[in-house]
Design a protein around this ligand. Structure first.
Ligand code: SAH
Length: 453
């Protein structure tokens, strides 16, 4: 799962394919040449024909504990796959089979386990098919919901398909291929077969963030659809309108700072709307996700973002929903949230409800401390501006900042602001973004709903 920006940047709502953990860096660079040409030892040869990797004991323990990543620096010997499948057997230092992985030559995460047994090339397409079907089946309750027609259909490691994300926006599907192991025609062919049979999209586009594509050395995706219902311009269009909780949003695969909307916040939008009221402020609003939900129940809403382009879409989304929202005033303000909140809190501006949903400040473990300072500052300013009994909805999408640390920062901000803060709900990503408990990186989004007195 991807990466580390919300839109692009929002911890990419996910897990980095190129996450770098320096603790694992040994002398890999020096020895990598030799590794590529390593010959299997006689004991290994008995077990494995073809591509295989022997990994360090520490990495083997990690896989046995249910994780699925092996860092390049933990690969002790490798005979890389030469065929298009990129499947590789993974062995511990004693030569025991740990499972089968997808291999990426350029990623810091060289191996991503797809099963704990031996998976032959011929078994991979049927297994992919089974996993795609299971992933879609898990989303059936959302797919059957008449108020929502957008969700994440496939979430990488959390659906046992590491390196692959598929989002549905109404009649469009957007595929993100994040690793070399998923950048194969087998994967695309099987996916297209399953989705056309199960969700009949109008068109399927492939859109992978350029930064990831360069890092992973992935093939360039076509601009047009991989498939479409017909060749008409309407069916091949990259734009659509989708529903979340009964509100309408524009989506355009050719625009935007990232591959789409923040579908992981869908349930938090609805939760925020259960608590917020009065005058509301949505900080880092992007396309107005929280702001429009608040516009349903609040008297006045202000959305803030540093991106002019994002606010233009937010305003178009507001107009799209005028029929249900009526003529409520929503102000969009283009500003740096840190500067604006400091100025407003100093000058005594007040709100009844504030949402904070900044990008992933911490893109690495090392950056976590700086990120905590950023969260503290925004939360402190927001609390100073809340009227007594006000609601604070505060989010962090950085995997590197854990729930405990994030909660502690919100508590510290409350103390500094001399406010009493009570936690009403502790929330995560929507259920179409499941968390695989043995892969902590699949858990990244935290959303605290607090009453501030
Ligand atoms: N709340 C949004 C998602 C926010 S993504 C939703 O639910 O859809 C983070 C947003 O923060 C992006 O739109 C980005 O443009 C904006 N952003 C990043 N840094 C910012 C800053 N310093 N001040 C204001 N906005 C910022």
């Amino acid at each position: 799962m991807p990466a580390e920006d919300k839109p692009q940047s929002k911890d990419a709502k996910g897990v980095s394919p190129t996450r770098r953990d320096n603790r694992h860096r040994t002398n890999i660079e020096a020895s990598s040449k030799n590794k590529r040409h390593a010959a299997p030892s006689s004991s290994t040869r008995k077990i494995i024909q073809g591509a295989f990797a022997i990994i360090s004991r520490r990495a083997a323990d990690r896989l046995r504990a249910g994780h699925v990543w092996v860092y390049q620096s933990d690969v002790e010997k490798i005979v890389a796959p030469t065929d298009a499948s990129r499947l590789i057997a993974v062995l511990d230092p004693g030569g025991s089979l740990l499972g089968t992985a997808l291999y990426s030559a350029s990623s810091q995460i060289a191996l991503r386990l797809i099963g704990t047994g031996r998976i032959e090339n011929s078994a991979w397409p049927p297994l992919l098919k089974e996993r795609f079907r299971a992933a879609i089946a898990l989303r059936q309750p959302i797919l059957a919901n008449e108020h929502t027609d957008a969700c994440r259909l496939v979430f990488s490691e959390a659906d046992f398909l590491p390196g692959l994300i598929v989002d549905k926006y109404s009649d469009l599907l957007i595929l993100q291929i994040l690793t070399q192991g998923m950048d194969t025609s087998v994967v695309r062919d099987v996916l297209l077969e399953v989705v056309s049979e199960q969700v009949s999209p109008r068109a399927v586009f492939e859109r992978t963030d350029l930064r990831i594509r360069e890092l992973e050395q992935l093939s360039a995706a076509p601009e047009g659809p991989l498939v479409s219902r017909s060749n008409s311009p309407e069916d091949r269009s990259a734009a659509t309108i989708f529903y979340l909780n009964g509100l309408r949003f524009h989506y355009d695969a050719d625009l935007g700072q990232k591959t789409g909307a923040f579908l992981d916040q869908r349930e938090n939008y609805a939760a925020a709307a259960r608590y917020c009221r009065g005058e509301a402020l949505d900080v880092c609003t992007y396309h107005g996700g929280f702001a429009l939900h608040l516009a349903r129940i609040c008297r006045q809403v202000t959305g803030v973002d540093s991106s002019h382009a994002a606010l233009e879409v937010a305003d178009q989304n507001l107009e799209l929903n005028r029929g249900t929202l009526g003529d409520i005033a929503v102000d969009w303000i283009e500003a740096n949230a840190f500067d604006l909140l400091r100025d407003w809190s100093d000058s005594g501006s007040k709100f009844d409800s504030i949402v904070l949903d900044p990008p992933a400040f911490a893109k690495s473990k090392r950056a976590a401390e700086g990120a905590l300072r950023g969260y503290k500052e925004l939360n402190l300013r927001a609390m100073k501006m809340l009227r007594p009994g006000g609601t604070l909805v505060t989010c962090s999408c950085s995997h590197h900042v854990g729930l405990e640390d994030f909660t502690a920062v919100v508590a510290a901000a409350g103390l500094d602001a001399r406010r009493q803060v009570r936690l009403l709900e502790r929330r995560g990503a929507a259920s179409d973004h499941p968390v695989l408990l043995t892969v902590p990186e699949t858990e990244y989004l935290k959303c605290l709903i607090c009453r501030v007195d």
